[in-house]
Structure formats: structure tokens, C-alpha cells
Design a protein around this ligand. Structure first.
Ligand code: SF4
Ligand code: SF4
Length: 139
């Protein structure tokens, strides 16, 4: 039996695709286990969906082919939040707000705030609290 793996996808739907039951079909037709981290509809009715999909390599590939049949922008990098190093003053305000430790201070001498995109779950807390707009959504 093929080994299962987990991929993080970030999907951005233009207005007209928001009502599509994409998650339902990923589960039912492509045998994927789907864990939705974040689903949001903007005031313009565009949709964002951040999810983990778990399944065999073949099922993930077929699920991705299915998703690509929609008018949807797909980010497979697993990194949807970016930090602008030039703007970051390393004030540390964001660190206690980050639930996963994706933002952390590793060196108590320099007090530099490090960002680990792989640990980020797209909760967007850092974007809300950063006074210097150093954190931004990739979408
Ligand atoms: S709150 Fe903003 S400026 Fe301060 S450490 Fe975090 S990302 Fe950098
Ligand atoms: S989006 Fe959330 S998990 Fe990601 S770095 Fe910001 S606070 Fe941490």
C-alpha cells in the first residue's frame, strides 16, 4: 500500500467559485483526509481556504488536478504568511501571540525574532498585532 503524506494547500477563490463544495469532493472522490485551518470570505466575497490534505501521493495528485479545474489560485509552498525583514524591528510583540512558536526569540542576547514558515498555521494573529506591518498574508 502507498505511503500517506500530508500537504498544506492555500486556496484563493474569486467571487464566483466560493460556493463550490471542493472539500466535500476531496474527501469523497479523492479519499483525502482534510483538515481546514482557516476559511474566510472577504467583504468582496472572495474566499480563502487553508487546509492540510492527507492521503497517498496518487490521491493528493488527483485531488490537486480536481482543484485545478476551478478558477482558483493555489499556493502549495506551505507558507502563506510572510515577514518583511526590512520592516521588522524585532520588537517581539508578535511572539507571545503566535500559538505555534513560528515566531520566536532563539538568542536572548540579540533578541532577534525568527520566523519559521513551516510551523505557521495561518492564524493571522501576527498580522493583527504587528505595529510595523512587517507580517503580511501571501494572498
Ligand atoms: S511585531 Fe512585527 S516588528 Fe515586532 S517582532 Fe513581530 S514582526 Fe517584527
Ligand atoms: S500567522 Fe499565526 S502561526 Fe503564523 S506566524 Fe503569525 S501568529 Fe504565528
Amino acid at each position: 500500500m502507498s505511503k500517506t503524506e500530508t500537504k498544506k494547500w492555500m486556496l484563493f477563490f474569486p467571487r464566483c467559485e466560493c460556493e463550490q463544495p471542493i472539500v466535500y469532493h476531496l474527501v469523497k472522490d479523492h479519499n483525502l483526509v482534510v483538515n481546514v485551518y482557516r476559511a474566510k470570505v472577504t467583504p468582496n466575497e472572495e474566499g480563502y481556504l487553508v487546509l492540510d490534505v492527507t492521503g497517498t501521493e496518487e490521491d493528493i495528485a488527483s485531488g490537486m488536478e480536481f482543484v485545478k479545474t476551478f478558477r482558483v489560485t493555489i499556493n502549495e509552498t506551505g507558507i502563506g504568511v510572510m515577514r518583511d525583514e526590512k520592516r521588522c524591528t524585532h520588537c517581539g510583540i508578535c511572539v507571545p501571540h503566535c500559538p505555534t512558536g513560528a515566531l520566536s526569540i532563539k538568542d536572548n542576547k540579540t533578541r532577534r525574532v525568527e520566523f519559521n514558515g513551516e510551523a505557521c498555521i495561518e492564524c493571522l494573529e501576527c498580522i493583527l498585532v504587528c505595529p510595523y506591518a512587517a507580517c503580511a498574508s501571501a494572498f
